[in-house]
Every structure is written in C-alpha cells, then in structure tokens.
Design a binder for this molecule. Structure first.
Ligand SMILES: *Cc1c(COP(=O)(O)O)cnc(C)c1O
Length: 398
C-alpha cells in the first residue's frame, strides 16, 4: 500500500507568544499608525527599522507595506523614470515586473539557466546594448548567482543594481548578506517568506540620498525623522519637497510581529536548510528527477526546493503533478502556458510591450518543479515527500 503525506504545504508556524502579548497591548492602546506615539515614545515601526538595519548590516532601512512596494520605491528612489528600461531576470514572480511597470518602466528580460541562476553572458550582452541603467536582480527561490560578476558587469556599464531578496533574507554570498551588493535591497515579510507579518517589506541601503527619497516615498509626510534607521536632516532637506508620498507605510502591529521573529531567524535558517538537505538526500538517485548542487559560495536559505523532471516527457508532467497531489504532495510546475495560483511565467505578463522569446528560460521552466518547505514540516516529512516524488516519477519514466 502506498503512503500519503497529510500536512498542508501552506501552514506557517505560530507567531511567538511574546509578540501576541505585545500585539494585544497595542490593540488596546489604539496607536497602530507608526507616527501615532505618545511624547517620548519610540514606535514599534521605528524600533523594527533600527533592528533590521543592524541585522542586515546596512546604514539605512525603511519598513513598508509589502515587498512589491519596497521594489517600486527602490526603483523610483534609484532614479528610474517613465519610459526607462530595467534589466530583470526572466524567472521571477509577478510582483517584480509589476513594480517595474508601476513606475512606468519596461523590463528587459535576461535569460535564466537550468541551474536557476541568471545567465551572466546574456546579462552582459543586454547591459551593453539595451540602454537600461538599472538591474532588478530577483534571487528567485533563493538561488544566488556569481555576485562578483554581477557587480563587475553593473560597474562596467554604469548600471545600478537593486536586489529582490524576497527569498534570500538571511542568505549570503561569499560571506556578504544578500541585499548588500547594490544600491538597495528589497525584502518581503509576506506570510510565505522568511519572517511573517501577513504583508510587509523592507528596503535597505547605504546610500543616504536614496534612503531619504525612499522614506518620503514610503509616505512619511514631514515626519521622516521618526524612522529608526534614517539619514540626517540634511539629506532630507534636498529631497523632501521634490519627492511624492506614495503611502506604503508599515503599521505598528505588523512591526511588533516582525520584531519578535527577527531573533529567531538565524535558527530558522538552520532548520530550513535541514529540511532542504532531507529532500535533496531523498531525491538523490530518483529516476527521471535531476537536482542541482548549490554554488559553493552561496549560503542559502532552503525555504523551497527545485528539481527538474528530465526523465518525464512534457506530455506526462501534468500527470506526475496530479499523481503527487493525490498523495498529498503539492509540487508546483513552471511549465504550463496558463498561470496557476502564485506561479506564472514571464510570457503571461502581457502588459509588457515587447515579450521576447527566451529559449533558455523556457527550456529551464518547462521541467522546473518547485516545493515549498514550511517550518511546520520536519525532516521525516521531507523524506516521505521525497519518497512519494521518487515513486511517482518512477512510474512515468519512459
Ligand atoms: C513575494 C515576492 C515578492 C513581493 O513580495 P510581496 O510582499 O508579496 O509584495 C517579490 N519577489 C519575489 C520573488 C517574491 O516571491
């Protein structure tokens, strides 16, 4: 008899009790807006910004309403104007082209290779010829490409780098935190990311002018001094009346929930990586399945797992996905023409004017399968998930 997996793939851990107590206190006070403080009181949002900047190792941090808003604000604050082109790796999630579109710019997609890393030869070619002055690098599903090369290419062509770290909060490349390689890092604290406030995000930077613009853009009014990791008054004086208020603030309730999770992140990363290694070990030698060893310089956060279904025909992949699901294993596939749930492909973002054909990316995605690994799973769960995938793939290998 075949065994099934019964835990949900979308169940996160509970919010720490200390945060629940503080949240109830805040609700009783009614002071949820980040600038609604008593005399001498420092808001939860301010404290969170100081703590995140310190954790991330950046001078400035602004907490915002979502990761998507962090990206929009970063693009604007970095000087992207309507009509501009922005380089972007083609394998990413819909909020990335959405942010580029929202600032009136258009993505120039860069190929993603079968190791799920941005194709740096294609990046260099497009950096040289596209006229784009910005690169939104999305470390999709936590895969971090050769950042020495990315930084070199950006410097050589005068391109400013913005990192989408929705899947790399806490990850590093050669010992340097993801998000700290370019002009700004953007993070999400949406439920399925590495810390969970339902919705939320951060923008981090070491550039004081960018930070000042970002804080005003986030909707600070003239209360910009009441931020926990903000530049000096002088930096704001230059931009405060020339920068629009885009109302994307975080609130104190979310800030409090996040503050309680930050001290747990390091240990959670270790737990995620144990789950990741359990899946990897369980799929080793599975027929029809190909896993990709991670780059040696990458200290990643294994909050999801990707594999290729190279031994299963394209026509059989939907059957494979359905058979896994029947046994409780939710495998997502990036291959289908029609977007499903959170999963979509660059050619389904039709509002983009020129959608290129990217043969490498399409070939990669046609066999790319994806598993979420929430911390409500344990290593035994992951071994069972890998066993089910191995059995179901085995049935379809030609
Ligand atoms: C979730 C996500 C975002 C956006 O974050 P939101 O907080 O949901 O707006 C951006 N990029 C990637 C790759 C994501 O997965």
């Amino acid at each position: 008899m075949s065994v099934n997996f019964t835990k949900p793939f979308t169940q996160q851990e509970a919010i720490p009790e200390s945060a629940i107590e503080r949240a109830v206190e805040l609700l009783r006070s009614g002071r949820l807006h980040r600038y609604n403080t008593l005399k001498g009181e420092t808001s939860e949002a301010e404290l969170l910004e100081a703590e995140y900047a310190s954790w991330q190792g950046t001078r400035y941090c602004v907490a915002v309403a979502s990761g998507g808003q962090a990206m929009q604000i970063a693009l604007r604050a970095a000087g992207v104007k309507p009509g501009d082109k922005v380089l972007a790796n083609a394998w990413t999630l819909a909020p990335v082209p959405g942010a580029i579109h929202a600032v009136g710019a258009a993505p120039v997609y860069v190929e993603t290779g079968d190791d799920w890393l941005t194709d740096l030869a294609d990046l260099e070619a497009k950096a040289a010829t596209s006229g784009a002055r910005h690169f939104m690098l999305s470390h999709m599903r936590g895969h971090i490409c050769d950042m020495d090369e990315v930084v070199r290419i950006c410097a050589q062509y005068g391109i400013s780098l913005i990192e989408d770290c929705a899947h790399t909060m806490g990850a590093e490349w050669k010992g340097r935190k993801s998000g700290n390689f370019g002009a700004a890092g953007c993070f999400s604290t949406q439920t399925y990311k590495h810390i969970n406030s339902g919705e939320g995000g951060f923008l981090t930077t070491d550039d004081e002018d960018l930070a000042a613009r970002a804080i005003i853009l986030s909707g600070s009014y003239m209360l910009y001094a009441r931020h926990g990791a903000a530049p000096s008054e002088e930096a704001f004086r230059k931009v405060r009346l020339e920068t629009p208020n885009c109302s994307a603030r975080i609130d104190n309730l979310r800030a409090t929930i996040l503050r309680a999770q930050l001290p747990l992140l390091e240990d959670n990363i270790r737990r995620w990586n144990n789950l990741y290694r359990a899946i990897e070990a369980g799929l080793a030698g599975a027929s029809g399945i190909v896993t990709v060893p991670r780059e040696q310089h990458e200290a990643f956060v294994g909050s999801s797992f990707q594999f290729h279904t190279l031994g299963i025909t394209q026509a059989d992949i939907p059957q494979f996905i359905a058979n896994c699901l029947k046994r409780g294993v939710e495998v997502k596939w990036f291959g289908p023409e029609e977007p499903v749930a959170f999963t979509s492909r660059y050619d389904s973002w039709r509002y983009v004017a020129d959608i290129p054909v990217l043969p490498k990316t399409l070939a990669t995605l046609s066999t790319t399968c994806d598993l979420r690994l929430p911390l409500t799973f344990n290593e035994a769960d992951c071994s069972l998930i890998a066993q089910i995938i191995t059995e179901e793939a085995g049935k379809l290998v030609g």
